[in-house]
Every structure is written in C-alpha cells, then in structure tokens.
Design a protein around this ligand. Sequence first.
Ligand code: SF4
Length: 981
Amino acid sequence: MFKFLSSEPLHQPLDAPTPVDETTIKCTTCYMCACRCGIRVHLREGEDGPEVRYIDGNPNHPLNQGVICAKGASGIMKQKSPARLTQPLLRKAGSERGAAEFEAISWERAYDILTTRLAHIRATDPKKFALFTGRDQMQALTGLFARQFGTPNYAAHGGFCSVNMAAGMIYSIGGSFWEFGGPDLERAKVFVMIGTAEDHHSNPMKIAISKFKRDGGRFISINPIRTGYSAIADEWIPIKPGTDGALLMALLHELIRTDTLDHAFLKRFTNAPQLVVLDEGAREGLFAFDPNPEKGPPGDGRNPHNKLVFDKTSGQVLNAYPEGIADGCDPALEGHYTLADGTRVTPAFQLLRERVASCTPEWAAAITGIAAERIVALAQEMGHAALKQAFELPIPWTDAWGKLHPTTQARPLAFHAMRGLAAHSNGFQTVRALAVLMSVLGTIDAPGGFRHKAPYPRHIVPNYRAFNSPEMIQPNTPLNAAPLGFPASPEELAINPDGSPIRIDHAFSWEHPLSAHGLMHNVITNATRGDPYRIDTLMMFMANMAWNSTMNTMAIREMLNRKDDAGEFIIPFVVVCDAFQSETVAFADLVLPDTTYLERHDVMGMLDRPISEFDGPVDSVRVPVVKPLGECKPFQEVLIELAGRLKFPAFTTPEGARKFTGYPDFVVNFQPQPGIGFLMGWRGKNGDEHLRGEPNPKQWEAYEQNNCVFQYHMPKSMHFMRNWNREYLDFAKEKGWRQKNDPVQLAIYSDTLQAFRLAAQGKSAGRQPPEHLRARIDTYFDPLPFWYAPLEDAATDLGSYPLNAVTQRPMAMYHSWDSQNAWLRQIHSHNYLNVNPRTALAAGIADGGWAWVESQWGQVRCMVRHSEAVEPGTVWTWNAIGKADGAWQLAPGSDEARKGFLLNHLISEELPMRGTASGTVSNSDPITGQAGWYDVRVRIRPAAPDEAGETFPQMASMPTVPGVVGKAAQVLRYFAGGKKS
Ligand code: SF4
C-alpha cells in the first residue's frame, strides 16, 4: 500500500530532521493571501538551481510571529503549479477571444507591440488607455504609471472589494480597519465582529483572538453565517444581509436614550457640539463658523475650521477651538440657539439624537431578524464594556490644543468589520453608523478599542484630490493630479462641464461621487457600450474579469469578444498580465507572463499599504528566493520598462535616458518628496537613518538581512489618541505621512456629504448634478448615518425572490488563486449552496440534492447542503471555487468545473435607472461605487432528476495555451530526509 494511504503517520516529528546542510533558508513575505505574513522558504539545490522544499512562518516577523496557515504552507504548490504561464503570448490572427488560440512571442516583440500602441494613444487621447488591477500590492507603482501616462482610467480592486469600509470610516474617523487600523484585543473586554469572513486579516487576527479568549474576553460575532470566526465566538447573532445599518442605528438609539455616552470625548474630540446652520439656503446644514480666519485654526482650503459651539457655562457662542474647550467651558450637545446675526443653529449631536429617535429596537428587529430584547441587551453590554469596565493607562499625552492628559483613557470595547457591511449599496452609510457608534463610546484610538496604524489617521477629508477636469487630460502629458482621491466637494469631481463622467468607470461622477477606489466592475460594460466613450487598450493585472472578479460573468465574457459592424473588436486591444492560465487569459490579445511572489521583489510600504502595527509603522518586502520560471517577468519590471520606452518624465531624464535600471533600483531611488521613498527602513547613504532620509543603495540588502521587514517603535506617548495627539501629529507631518499637523476631529456629522446634498437641492453655487441624479444625491448624501434597503430591493419582486444570497472566501483559498494548488484543492474542489434546513425542506430540496438558484438576472444549478449555520432567509456559498472547464490547467471534467459553481452568474453589474444614457446605473453604493455583491435576491427549487450531476452553466473547455507548464505537477515527497520522486 502506498504510504499516504496507510494508517501510519506521514511524518514522524521526532525523527531527525533533514540535515541542515541540505537546505538553505531565505526569508520573504507570503502572498498566498493579502495578509503579508513573514515566511521562511527552505530551499534545496535542484537541477536548475535552488528549488522550494518547504515553507514555514517566520518566528521573527512582527505580523504572524511564526504562525502560518494552510495557504501559506502550500505556496510550494503554487510554485509548482501546472497552470504557470512561461512565455508572452499573442492571440492568433483571426481567432476569437475566449478561444485561447495563441502563438508564443518574444518579450522584445511584446514590448514593441505595446510601446507602439501605447505611444500612439498617449500622443493622441491618453484616456483611451485603461489600466485596472486586481488584488495586487503595488498600487503606488501602477497608480504612478497611469498618472505619468496621463490617463484617468486607472483603479485597483477596491471598488469591488471594500471601499465602503475604507471610505465610510476615513470620512468619519480618519482611518479604517485592517491595513489602516483594527481592534486592540490585548486590552479589550468585549469584541464585536460584524460581517467578516473567516480568512480576513487571517493569522494576525487569529493569534489575537486566541489570546483574547484565553484572557477571558467575550467575543460576539454578528453575521448571517456561523462559520470561521463566528463559529468560535462566544455568541453568534445571525442577521439578514444588508440590514447591519438598521442594527447599528438601533444601538445608537439605545445608547443615546439611556445616556450611555462618553460625553467628555464627544465634546472635545468630535464635531458633536459644533453648531449646524438650520436656516434654509446655501449654508443650510453646514457648520456655522467665525468669518474671521484669525479666530481659529487655519482651514485646509476645503472647509472652514473655525467652527462654533454653545458654551453652557457662559451662555455664549464661542469658537470651537480653542475657546470652546478651555477649562470651565461646557459645550452643549443639545438645544437650539441663535447666533448674533440671527442664524438659527443646533449642535450636530442634537441632529443625531433626532435622527435615531425613530430607530427603535422594535423597528430594527423587523428589519434585521434580531429580537428587540437582544438589541437592547447588546447596547447595554457595549455601553458597560466601554464605560463601566473602563480603566486608565499611566501614559501621559498632550492634545493638539496643548492640554496635558496625565493618563490615557481605555475604552475596552473593540469592533472589527469588513466586507459583510461594505459590499452592499447601503454600505457607506452603514459603515458611517458603525463609526459614529464607536465614537459616541469614545473607542477611537483608545486602549481596548479601535486603534490606528501609521500612516493613519488621515485628515477628514484626506488631502488627496483626484483630477477634476477634462482639460487636465492632454497628449503626452502626465496628469497633474492623481487618478484616484478623496473628493470633499462637487468641485473635486471628475466630470465634464455638462456633469457627465470623465472616467470610463464613471468614478468620481455624480453617479458615485466618493468612489475613492474606482469601479472596476463596470469598466468592460461601459467600454463595450462606449459610455462615455470607446477605449483602445484595456490592460488588466491579476484581475480575473472573465470569471469570478466580475458580476454577470457570461455577459462580460461575451462583451470581451463583441465586435462592431465592421467586424472589429469593440474593445480593440486587451492585455492580460498574470502568472497563471486563468479564465481571463483566454480573452487576451496579448498575455504577459508574471512571476510568482517567490520570484520577485515587492514592497508593502508607506506609499501604499504598509503592514504597520498599532505601536508604530512597519513596512516589508519580498525578495526573489528562486529564479523566474521560463521567460516570466515581474509586472513591476514590465511597467518600469514601458515607462522608460514611453519616456515618462518621472522615469527618464530630460535627455531621454532612463533614471532606473529596474524595479529594485526604482524602489530605492524614487522619492515623491525629499527623503521619502517606497521604503522607510535603513535610509541615508550609510543606511543609518529611518523613516526619512536619502536613498540608500544597499537598502534591499538591509531588508534581506532583517527578515524582510522594518519596524519602528514609537514612544508610548504616541501610541494612542493620535487624531489629537500633538506629539504624534507633529511627528507624522515631519515624516511625510501627513501634509499638516491639524487634529482630526471625528465627523459625527459630515458637512462633506451635506455639501453634495446642497448642490443636489440647488441651494449652493457651483457644480450641480444632472436632473436625473438630483434626487439620488439628495437622498443618500445625508450628513447623518441612516439605514435604507439595498437599492436592488426596489428593482426586485421580493415575493418571487425572497432569499438573500451571499458568498464568502474560504479559509483555505484566496479568491480564484488556489484551485490550481495540488494541496489546497484537496480541501475544496467544489462548493455547495448552504441553506438552512427549514428553507431547503420547504422548497423540497434534500441535503446533497441538486437545485436551481434563480435571481431575476440569471440562474445556476448546484448542489445544496443543509446547514443550521445560516439564518433561514439567507443562502450562501464559497467564492470562486467553481472554475471554467480547462482553466487553471485543471483536467477537463474536474470537480471545480462540473460540481463547482459561481454565484456571480446571478448578480448584475447594473440596475435600471431613468435618465442615464444607457437606462442603467452601476449596481453599487450611490456614494462610493462599491459593488453591491451581497444585495442579490434569489429563489431556489429542486432540479429534475435528469438535471442532476453537473452544475449550470457549463462552457467549452479552455485549451492549454502555449508555454504553460501543464500536466499535474510533480508531487514532492516530504518525508524527513526524502528525495523528490
Ligand atoms: S494568512 Fe496564510 S496565506 Fe495569508 S499571508 Fe499569512 S501565511 Fe500567507
């Protein structure tokens, strides 16, 4: 019998290990998911140089401290994947997109084709080049490339991932969860997790939760599904998808009704006491301010800062800062007042109180499915943890107005939330409600609560203004503003004089004004329709847009292959850069073979998304531990090469010579500001400066010698309250993380949103939305959080489609990346639709039976699993386990293709809308453009007996493309001392 089928253990841990002289160890950073754990790659000399023998966690890495998950350990099988591409490929003349008929070409030819095409676009109409990327970790470079090219049509995956979480929190508290901040479980007593999949912030979160639970912390998970994190929570509170906002508003109702609030925090550190104008007109709903600019802190050119409060002690209206917070003052949180000029005003908190008055637990119970009593008890539990279990740390700090706080106030109630809140068309306001809930309990950057990670907090609104005029797009000229940003007013939108969108994805238009991460999910549809114009070249990196990274998958595949009346492709040229033979590769005109994460340099730094810890900034790198397979090149190198050939100013001298020899050289020497670069460790000529300093030619070596990570420990006085911490704000400005050292007052009330609403109401001068969008802006740009039903509900016959349908990433696979992985596909090779037994039996569907799942947009056939771990009104499945036949080099007829399925076929990328040119609008949040993945409504019915056995839809098998590694990878034997077979 083969040993792997025997009952004997495969591996005897007490046996002598492989002799150390057989292996070398190199440290780098994992990329089997987006968490960026430190890993040690064990290498042994093979026929073609070092080959990967084993991967384990790096015990000296601050993020994962040696912990590794199944995905991380399986990186070796990604390296050995049969789906690896190895050569540039050109679609054969006359072949259809999707047929995957290619010829292998040289890199020189690939560069020639691209350079000629892109140079022409750049010299004529740069916006006809669109660059969109998936879950890459190099947006500082891709964004710079697009900006230097001069195209606004750039974004990464955020618009279809969690931009609602990022934008909703950043516009409210200046920071957000995961890469930007998180729960302080070291000090929390109660931890509430809402809408978070089990692989999110994976190893670090699991390490923290295990310690938190061992220390006696109470963990509550609110989620429609009880898997992963919810399964190990002390309490699971099931909730209907898309209703989290109603729960949060009811919790706010209870906290305010019972006066369970951190009054001192609200008065000093938020805009709750600031006076809002009640009189109708151009200032209506905005903060009143002292017109004398010298009577307050300098404004940022976007919003006046010298706002007003009513001091209950003196009975006078005072400038909010510094008069209103002087000792003895008591800013009012409630009441109605009149300014000297007769203007009627009220504190922002009064408006919040009025807003939540009708959001009773009974109201929320009918929406969420959570009993009113449980909502009341949950509010009490939260309030008790934050206020009654509070303690102080003996850490003195000084606030932005010079007041010394002898201790730091802990608020041991921590939250964590992610895509379950975000991926709805009501997600932005839901996330705003969470931010306000956290703020009224004083848990922002407090011990035991939410904590920022450098370079956060940002200003509210962050000083990143996107381009805002078609005049800024000029031939052979870089954009003089970034393609992406954070608009603070209608004047910062990317619109034409008639109010129509400038960008191909309609981001930063009146349809989705605050779309800070773009709307990748609408690019192909809009480009095919020519709305607002046709493009020439679409370049995609790590984005499986012909399969799981798109809604309405079959239609998108058809669009990629659609031709005009002259027989020409409507999207003339499609470039796909990927390391593997994904479904999207079949639709490319040009395929550029990328490297794996073990074969290249990468940077997770302060210009993008560093891996910072709560106590200080951390950045990290990847270094090549094996040489690239075949002719694979890192996409970074491709961009640097193209930037040189196209003579982008940031990449070439005025004489046309290249500034950088390649990506590693670029990382070391590129400086957006003097002394600031991609990496902050070991700067200065001698490598003895940190955070800021001259480029160090030996910076990569320094990272390699230090576990590929740089960690800076800030003094304790800068660990907390960083929105207002004078020492930290000065430090962050000096290090280039912020433009100013102003405090970041929490936006309980958002005057930014009100500025858009005033435009929609025709009350402000300046840009106005088109008529058909006025009511939409007026409704959703509410300065206070509120709950509304997901937009798809209004377009759906809810009687016919009563069930919510959602997906989750499994713990063992990251999006579509891992079905090619010989080890991981043993865990998931197909997926089921998980249905509460009550719901399934009512529909006549047996456990394990085949069923049709139908939305108004499409249908799939799949297997059903009865599960008590889902609330009865919701059905769910794993994301991206289903694959197109033949893709990823899976054998034809593999389980992934025959039994696996995608829910994406049931989800539309658009909803009907009157007034737009197409009669549609993106199926997204009307504020941010976040894709409404989890809004779809479905019904289920049993499949007929002759329909069982295979999922629907099926498609023609994707052939093997030239140069792909092919065949099932050699499976290595990992017995101690064993040789590869
Ligand atoms: S959680 Fe796992 S897959 Fe993700 S980076 Fe860490 S080790 Fe890698």
